[in-house]
Design a protein around this ligand. Structure first.
Ligand code: T1G
Length: 702
């Protein structure tokens, strides 16, 4: 018998079973909350029903409120349906499998009992969307586990395992996989007659204890990290948890509601919501045949045991996929394996991994000494030095040994995919899988289409990246592909502003204030100033119009290569990574400017920010114009996960939309007049500005 389309209600052995059936993830979409309320009313009015079970069909319990509905009016809020569960005269048992997130966990907290399967994942991820739980979750969780644990969970938005939830007292019992519904019905029968109902809202032990805790206020405030403190949602979470301690339940729910409403339509929440959907959109490949279900990569090989190759091997081992590692020399291979062991050892030392886990993962990484040993792998990733002759040689050998249909991937960041594809008789199987350093940490995996890559190859490579826990985004092959190509103009403008009178620490501060973890000069010190030096020399030799970057060139020539030489854009003390502004750098910049005869001036923070980001927005539009990215929002996902762009600002294009495409275009055109060729406005930018459109919605033109 169906109540609403997305909620089923039936009576099994005198237990009213309420099943949420709203694919794909049982979000609390239209009709779900109403359906729950109606089912409860029926069962409470039915003498043949003793208790209820609330359960999700498909792969999880309830993934939370429907994010697509945010900012729109909601007929019934989570608060109301959770209250209906709480108010039920007969006990309600939440039966949790898969995800119980956000409003999903809030419904479970309103239930009188909670059981879960071992694989269940529970959490209140609202802060990651710029809001706080708005269905009574901040109040119930604080009453159930106390303010310290509650704030940790709410302000971080992290997920916990069923086991942790059991230890914290959030879950009453863990039941085996298999027949959750049967187990829940039996559980419900066991508790059907028990009274009073254990309502979380009536729990006072933790809040009474907290009221007597003189250190609590300070401890709670201190528990928000520096990053969280800059954001509205975690600060609101703190206020809501405080209210749970100091107020009665109904008052607390009111306060939560007010805080929630203030956040819901703020810029922070809009940007975070946008980022959530942009990430999912990036996984969709235009033109991919719907019937094609990509087979997972179950075994992989990495060619080249350098820093990148080792990092990539770790990515596979981390998710349980066996991986073979091959290097040109036995010493190179041993050094690479040593580095892999050290990386794991650091994680064990930092307690993010146990020794047993380290051993398990290392056992999945097999050093091999010949190409013959890798032929049967589902995917191979080439990560040798960026030299065309080397890459060609590797692909020649892969052609000879790899089984038909194997994915032939290259981690090249600069060399045209078509060059490698041209070495094989199966260019359709070749694509780029461009990881960002450190490969085992950074989330972005740029999947690069060669001219002949098949759509199936791209879909498979995207899935491989996702299975590695990465965010895969597709780019076309061109100089720098989409991610680095879109960022390059930012770096150029940063360097050129130095010639005009800005200082590295000033530019970095603007970007850190904007929300970046580090400014571009601190990043350059970390990766090494010499990395781009050779590329610039090569380009300058090939292109007479190439705008030379005199300041960084001079720095490298003076031996200031960054952290590794303890001197770059900043100076560094021995064994310490803290950057200190350096008078010597000021002198070098002034000297170069004098030699060039560049007039010196001062910059406002706003000009710095716009000059850096507009240069990249303009380039991103050119990338789309050239058909080298599918969508404007894909550029944003690349910036969020490849370059540390602050997530609460959505992404490069989303941010620029906030300024307005018209204004971006006007300024780019003005700088084109002033600075010349490199600021030539993109045609696509002009077109979007002309119709007051949105950059994030731009689509590949070619
Ligand atoms: N609303 C709408 N659509 C959602 C959704 C949601 N909450 N969650 C997922 N989807 C869609 C998603 O867009 C994709 O669609 C498909 O489901 C599969 O998702 C009152 C206010 C559950 C861990 O933050 O974290 O409750 O792209 O590709 O990798 O306090 O989705 O295929 O068309 O991500 O297996 C709190 C968000 C809301 C959970 C599954 N809830 N979701 O991951 O699949 S706030 C969340 C996730 C709230 C209350 C408040 C993940 C997942 P399409 P997927 P997955």
């Amino acid at each position: 018998m169906s109540e609403t389309q997305s909620v089923r209600y039936e009576v099994v052995d005198k237990i009213g079973v309420i099943t949420i059936d709203n694919p794909p993830v049982n979000a609390l979409g239209p009709g779900v909350r109403e359906g729950i309320i109606e089912a409860l009313e029926r069962g409470n009015g039915d003498a043949g029903v003793e208790a209820f079970v609330l359960i999700g069909s498909g792969r999880n319990f309830i993934a939370g409120a429907d994010v697509r509905q945010f900012g729109k009016t909601r007929p019934v809020g989570t608060r109301v349906s959770a209250a209906a569960i709480d108010d039920s005269a007969k006990p309600v048992v939440a039966a949790i499998h898969g995800y119980a997130l956000g409003g999903g966990l809030e419904h479970a907290l309103a239930c009188h009992y909670r059981i879960a399967t071992p694989g269940a994942r529970l959490g209140l991820p609202e802060v990651t969307l710029g809001i706080i739980p708005g269905g009574g979750g901040t109040q119930r969780l604080t009453r159930l586990v106390g303010p310290r644990v509650a704030l940790d969970l709410i302000a971080s938005g992290r997920q916990m395992s069923a086991d942790e939830a059991r230890r914290l007292g959030i879950v009453d019992e863990i039941v085996p996989d298999g027949d959750l519904r049967g187990a829940a019905v039996r559980y419900a029968k066991g508790v059907a007659a028990r009274r009073p109902l254990p309502r979380v809202r009536d729990r006072t032990d933790h809040v009474l204890e907290a009221r007597g805790d003189a250190d609590l206020a300070e401890a709670l405030a201190a528990s928000l990290g520096a990053k969280a403190r800059k954001l509205q949602a975690p600060r609101a979470a703190l206020e809501a948890v405080r209210a749970a301690v100091s107020s009665d339940f109904d008052e607390g729910v009111q306060i939560e509601q007010q805080l929630f409403e203030k956040l819901e339509n703020a810029d922070e929440a809009k940007a975070l919501r946008y980022a959530f959907f942009a990430e999912r959109e990036a996984g969709k490949i235009p033109g991919a045949p719907e019937s094609f279900k990509p087979p997972p990569v179950k075994s992989a090989a990495v060619i080249g045991a350098g820093t990148m190759g080792g990092g990539i091997a770790i990515c596979f081992a981390d998710v349980g996929i066996p991986v073979k590692v091959l290097d040109a020399t036995a010493e190179g291979l041993e050094r690479g394996m040593q580095r892999i062991r050290e990386t794991y050892a650091v994680r064990v030392k930092r307690k993010s991994l146990t020794q047993a886990q380290m051993d398990e993962r290392l056992a999945l990484i097999h050093p091999v000494d010949s190409y013959d040993a890798i032929g049967d792998c589902d995917a191979v990733i080439e990560a040798v030095f960026e030299r065309i002759d080397l890459k060609k040689d590797v692909f020649n050998r892969l052609e000879a040994v790899m089984k038909p249909g194997a994915l032939l991937l290259t981690n090249s960041s600069a060399i045209d995919i078509n060059v490698m594809a041209g070495e094989t008789s199966r260019p359709q199987d070749v694509a780029g899988a461009h990881f960002f350093a450190p490969a085992n940490v950074m989330k972005l995996c740029e999947i690069v289409r060669g001219d002949q890559s098949s759509i199936e190859t791209i879909v498979r490579a995207v899935k491989m990246g996702r299975d590695l826990g990465k965010i895969s985004v597709v780019a076309g092959t061109c100089d720098g592909f989409a991610a680095n190509r879109s960022r390059a103009p930012l770096v150029t403008e940063a360097m050129l502003m130095l010639e005009e009178g800005a200082l590295p620490e000033q530019i970095d501060k603007v970007m850190v204030d904007f929300g970046y973890p580090m400014g571009p000069f601190a990043v350059s010190d970390l990766s090494g100033l010499d990395v781009s030096y050779d590329t610039r020399k090569r380009r300058a030799a090939a292109d007479p119009n190439f705008r030379k970057l005199h300041v960084p060139d001079r720095m490298v020539e003076l031996g200031r290569k960054g952290q590794k030489t303890r001197a770059g854009w900043y100076r560094y003390e021995e064994g310490d990574r803290t950057p200190h502004p350096d008078e010597a750098v000021k002198r070098i910049i002034a000297e170069v400017a004098r030699e060039l005869g560049t007039p010196q001036r001062s910059f406002t923070d706003e000009e710095i920010l716009k000059r850096l980001l507009f240069a990249s927005v303009n380039e991103a539009c050119k990338i789309l114009e050239d058909g080298k990215a599918y969508r404007g929002s894909d550029i944003d996902v690349m910036w969020l996960h490849g370059f540390g762009f602050p997530r609460h600002r959505g992404g490069l294009m989303f941010w620029a939309d906030g300024v307005g495409a018209r204004e971006v275009h006007r300024q780019v055109a003005e700088w084109h007049e002033r600075y010349g060729r490199r600021w030539t406005p993109s045609r696509l930018l002009a077109e979007i500005a002309g119709r007051d459109g949105q950059l994030r919605d731009a689509r590949a033109q070619a």
